[in-house]
Design a protein around this ligand. Structure first.
Ligand code: ADE
Length: 293
């Protein structure tokens, strides 16, 4: 069996299992950067299972023509089922109910993957991804083993490996310990419906463009306010659908903002009133502005 446990002694918080015809593609795609580091640290584990290893066909065939005719070939039920069964037994041998683990069939026909689903799936201990190829998979095996049909978007790819990798990446970021900055998985784009604010690093001036002054002020409250305003503005213009959701859940922000602005206007009126009184007093030859009643 094409297995690849990256178990470094520590108990992983999430075990991914991928049923695929291209295990190397999945392993390599997830071996670098943050996910690669989480795998080496044992925070998550990855098992890739080559479906072809489970075919009972003596020519190692895993596909056949669809009944009723039509273009292309279908992945057959038997090797997919036996590959899943081997994974379920493996999970079972670790004292968990292997057949209960969620099985995600990545398909353009599924519901669209999003951040909330990534968060929900990150709470599981084992996730099995089933990657299809050719024109799809025999419906009977899907009926028996699949719990979730999930798509990465309204376009068709040549196979399920890239979508599975996309989902594994997004889910892993939500697993505690995978990101070095624990907060960032939650606070970034979509975590609370808002897109991220613009960020700047050195130098202060680049191509005649300077870093916004507020970020250099050292005033953390002002920086936070500016960032939230930027996020709101960006979300409102780029993703009005997300902006609406945020507005609905954060009415209190707008109430506080309106109060802040009213207070500012009142102070400004008062300041203006004093200036006017001072000017009047000066004109009358009196240097002391009259007290406000
Ligand atoms: N397989 C092929 N296209 C896909 C998509 N858009 N999402 C998930 N799996 C797929």
């Amino acid at each position: 069996m094409g297995k690849d446990y990256q178990d470094k002694g520590e108990m992983p918080h999430m075990n991914f299992h991928v049923l695929t015809l291209f295990p190397e593609m999945v392993r390599q795609g997830l071996s670098e950067s943050i996910i690669g580091r989480a795998l080496s640290k044992g925070i998550i584990s990855l098992e890739t299972v080559n479906i072809r290893d489970y075919t009972t066909d003596r020519h190692k065939k895993v596909d056949d023509y669809p009944y009723g005719g039509g273009a292309g070939m279908l992945m057959q039920a038997q090797p997919v089922y036996d590959a899943w069964n081997a994974v379920a037994e493996g999970i079972g041998s670790r004292g968990r109910a292997g057949t209960e683990a969620r099985v995600i069939y990545v398909t353009p026909q599924g519901r669209t993957f999003h951040q909330e689903l990534a968060k929900e799936l990150a709470k599981e201990e084992d996730l099995i991804f089933l990657c299809g190829h050719y024109e799809g998979i025999d419906e009977r095996v899907l009926e028996e083993i699949v719990t979730d049909y999930v798509s990465v978007g309204d376009y068709v790819l040549t196979g399920g490996e890239l979508p599975a990798m996309v989902m594994i990446d997004a889910i892993s970021r939500m697993v505690p310990g995978v990101l070095s900055n624990e907060l960032s998985g939650e606070t970034e784009s979509f975590g609370n419906y808002l897109l991220e604010y613009p960020q700047y690093s050195r130098p202060e001036l680049w191509h005649d463009k300077s870093v916004p002054q507020v970020l250099l002020s050292g005033n953390h409250q002002k920086v936070d306010e500016w960032r939230l305003e930027q996020s709101l503005e960006r979300t409102r213009s780029l993703r009005p659908d997300l902006y609406e959701k945020w507005v609905q859940e954060n009415q209190e922000y707008f109430i506080k903002k309106a109060k802040r602005e009213e207070r500012k206007r009142r102070l400004e009126r008062k300041r203006q009133w004093k200036t006017d009184k001072g000017t009047e007093a000066l004109a009358e030859g009196n240097t002391e502005p009259k007290a406000e009643s």
